[in-house]
Design a binder for this molecule. Structure first.
Ligand code: NAP
Ligand code: ZN
Length: 349
């Protein structure tokens, strides 16, 4: 049975989001119908709604930080039952057969993963995201939200959590490692919590000292303002890993100077404009400039379990559907502490 569900959509690039209704497909044998409880607002939602990354599909129902409860399952689904607490992140399909899908890194699928919204499914239908009351997702792309993690503080983990967890693991963050997290926003604040839980010594590099008290409460040992040029002298050569979560263009050479010999700067921030660096910033000191995109399904579940074990959830401000456009403005002004989460019960209410 096809489901019509209330949603919030951007009608065109850069236009305010407004209430609408969308249709969710009939359940296929491997589908799960989810009653959305909360949907996080990721800066990627804003980049796409404004076409910062290029042409997008409209109307757009953003939302790839989805947490909710299973309302129905297809005939072939064995992993989930009605009533289970689940989450959905940035992708809803992949080929399942290529070397990367088989390795559990579906985000790198050779056929191309299907994004949760602003994408086209392998069936040719546009995808619509989590700013809606219900969503239908193939079971492989659904994760279990462990008991003890509230659905509201879990929702942002499905993108911001995995996007920071995966590179911290890849670059062996742990005891004895000095890690800098650049930008204390949605991704950054979870990057701090996760790196601290992994045992690293964490420093926040923020534009100003406005959020210093929060950063230290999250577990960071140090907090510096990048607006103060002296910061770059004081911290020269200090870090094993720098996790850049900034949504805008940064002077990459200045940050590379903060790495130890052999250290890695990993970009997860995704500004529309190109980033550039001087070759000498890398070859003096054998440094690494890397990137990381979300994470595979197996690792996403591992991250959720890690968060439950360590009592990690997002710091959230819960909003109603009619506050989404104001929330977008506040995120763009770095005025978010630290993730807006939409209460899905207010969509279409
Ligand atoms: P966010 O909540 O807006 O946080 C970004 C933070 O960057 C801000 O809070 C601010 O921190 C800092 N910042 C913003 N503008 C800046 C500027 N002009 N100069 C220096 N610092 C600035 O955004 P988010 O949701 O965490 O997302 C961050 C970026 O990651 C976005 O580009 C998003 O698209 C991208 N992303 C990538 C992936 C991936 O797979 N790689 C996944 C999700 C999101 P301070 O106030 O502390 O300076
Ligand atoms: Zn995201």
């Amino acid at each position: 049975m096809t489901t019509t569900t209330p949603a919030i959509a951007a009608p065109a690039a850069g236009q305010p989001l407004a209430p609408t209704t969308i249709v969710r497909r009939d359940l296929r044998p491997d589908d799960v119908l989810i009653d959305v409880a909360f949907a996080g607002i990721c800066h990627s939602d804003i980049h796409q709604a404004k076409e910062d990354w290029g042409t997008a599909i409209f109307p757009m129902v953003p939302g790839h930080e989805i947490a909710g409860v299973v309302a129905a399952v297809g005939s072939g689904v064995t992993k989930y039952q009605v009533g289970d607490r689940v989450g959905v992140g940035c992708m809803v399909d992949s080929c399942g057969e290529c070397e990367y899908c088989l390795a559990g890194v579906e985000q790198s699928c050779l056929k191309g993963n299907v994004p949760t919204y602003n994408g086209v499914g392998y069936d040719g239908e546009n995808t619509y995201g989590g700013y809606s009351r219900q969503v239908v997702v193939k079971d492989h792309f659904v994760c279990r939200v462990p008991d003890g993690l509230g659905l509201d503080i879990a929702a942002p983990l499905l993108c911001a959590g995995i996007t920071t967890y995966s590179p911290l693991r890849q670059w062996h963050v742990g005891p004895g490692k000095k890690v800098a997290v650049v930008g204390l926003g949605g991704l950054g604040h979870l990057g701090v919590k996760l790196a601290v839980a992994m045992g690293a010594e964490v420093t926040v590099l923020s534009q100003s000292l406005k959020k210093q008290e929060d950063g230290l409460k999250l577990g960071a040992k140090d907090y510096y303002a990048t607006g103060d040029e002296a910061t770059f002298d004081v911290l020269r050569g200090r870090f094993d890993v720098i996790l850049n979560t900034v949504s805008a263009k940064l002077p990459i050479d200045a940050y590379l100077s903060l790495l130890r010999v052999g250290g890695a700067m990993v970009n997860v921030g995704a500004p529309g404009e190109p980033l550039s660096y001087n070759a000498f910033s890398l070859l003096g000191g054998n440094k690494i400039l890397a990137g990381s995109g979300i994470g595979g399904m197996r690792e996403t579940q591992e991250m959720l379990d890690f968060c439950a074990e360590h009592g990690i959830g997002a710091e959230i401000e819960t909003i109603t559907a009619d506050q989404v456009n104001t929330a977008y403005e506040r995120v763009e002004n770095s005025d978010v502490r630290y993730r807006f989460v939409i209460d899905a019960a207010t969509i279409g209410a």
